[in-house]
Design a protein around this ligand. Structure first.
Ligand code: HEC
Length: 174
């Protein structure tokens, strides 16, 4: 029994079509520009930090407008995560983990805030505002002075109080 001609035609049509499409046909390739906009990772040593700068002086205003409602005055007593204080509390019965008492790298503050804050509108702050509010958070944690400019060079050089208490605890298992 021979295959009817219209069936052969159908097989040829769909077969050739499948060969012509190298992808499933959803969306389009991501351009380098679009990819750069998503590539926001900042590493502990500062790799990936953008241009821009700001100090706690400008950062106080950014904080007031975009963060205060949830994180409270001076990063304490807000309705959400406490951001300041707790210094020296980690070895006590009630450890208070904040940026100042716990976080090992200042660059992570920039990375985190750029990715995730303000909570309801992440991605809306400019690089200058991000550096400024990072400087403000470091200032209210007594880590830097109010006038100190934070940028891609100075931020990685900030020494966080709890930095040296992070140790490698790598136990080889086999
Ligand atoms: C609408 C409320 C809200 C606003 C506004 C807001 N945050 Fe947050 N923030 C949160 C919440 C909720 C968390 C905890 C998120 C989690 O643990 O997943 C948080 C966590 C954080 C943390 C991490 C704290 C830690 O130790 O884990 C930082 C840093 C931070 N916010 C900074 C900011 C900054 C800077 C701004 C302003 C630019 C801001 N937040 C605005 C709600 C808010």
């Amino acid at each position: 029994m021979s295959t009817p001609r219209y069936q052969l035609l159908l097989i040829m049509f769909f077969g050739l079509n499948a060969l012509a499409d190298e992808s499933p046909g959803f969306g389009e390739p991501v351009s380098a520009n679009d990819l750069n906009a998503l590539d926001v990772t900042v590493e502990p040593d500062g790799k990936g930090l953008p241009n821009g700068s700001g100090s706690a002086v400008e950062g106080a205003m950014v904080y007031q407008n975009h963060c205060f409602a949830c994180h409270g005055k001076n990063g304490e007593d807000g309705i959400n995560a406490r951001l300041a204080g707790g210094h020296g509390s980690l070895t006590t019965a009630i450890p208070v983990k904040t940026l100042g008492s716990f976080w090992p790298y200042a660059t992570t503050i920039f990375d985190y805030v750029r990715r995730a804050m303000p909570f309801q509108t992440p991605g809306t702050l400019s690089n200058d505002e991000l550096y400024a509010v990072t400087a403000y958070l470091l200032f209210i944690n007594d880590v830097i002075d109010e006038e100190q400019m934070m940028n891609a060079e100075s931020l990685p050089a900030v020494s966080m109080p709890n930095r040296d208490n992070f140790v490698w605890d790598f136990i080889p298992r086999n």
